[in-house]
Design a protein around this ligand. Structure first.
Ligand code: ZN
Ligand code: ZN
Length: 174
């Protein structure tokens, strides 16, 4: 995910950089609950002032998550802000790399945004994902996915053990 550092001084440029998720090491969480695999796109406004490059914008991709309530897998778009100052200096100071400020050696013509993009995107992954706001989850008794089916566990009026009896009484009446 390479940002070019060769723009003309003070000119503002809109750049779009696309990379595969795997290219920036965005694959799956250790427990497999979060998976990536879609393209990652950074849309940035960049500007160069002397040896300083300013880049800000958004990076987005899609992730596959597992709903904490119904355990269904679903895809969500993720968007994260990205902001960065890259300073070209003769001798980059060790440890000068803060999240949004990086020093590189004079003459450097490109910068790999990959690890920053990865970091900001991972921060946007919900800790307790839900496939929808009103996901009904699974029945605690029979495990039925209540989003797609109804079960007969709750309340005596819908207790399946009485179904036969109800049918019998209906039959008698007709
Ligand atoms: Zn759900
Ligand atoms: Zn049930």
């Amino acid at each position: 995910m390479i940002l070019s550092l060769t723009s003309n001084e003070t000119a503002t440029r809109e750049v779009e950089i696309v990379a595969d998720a795997s290219e920036i090491d965005l694959t799956a969480s250790d427990d497999g609950e979060v998976r990536f695999g879609h393209e990652v796109t950074a849309r940035l406004t960049t500007r160069r002032v002397a040896e300083e490059f300013f880049a800000s914008g958004l990076v987005d991709t899609k992730a596959t998550l597992k709903c904490a309530r119904c355990l269904a897998e679903f895809e969500v778009p993720l968007t994260a802000p990205i902001e960065l100052v890259i300073h070209r200096v003769h001798a980059p100071a060790a440890g000068a790399d803060l999240d949004a400020y990086v020093e590189v050696t004079s003459g450097t013509s490109s910068f790999d945004l990959g690890s920053l993009a990865r970091e900001v995107l991972l921060l946007t992954v919900p800790e307790v994902p839900h496939c929808s706001e009103d996901c009904s989850g699974l029945c605690a008794l029979c495990g039925a996915n209540l989003n797609v089916e109804t079960c007969t566990c709750e309340g005596s009026s819908t207790d399946s053990r009485w179904d036969g009896l109800k049918q019998a009484s209906t039959l008698k009446r007709t």
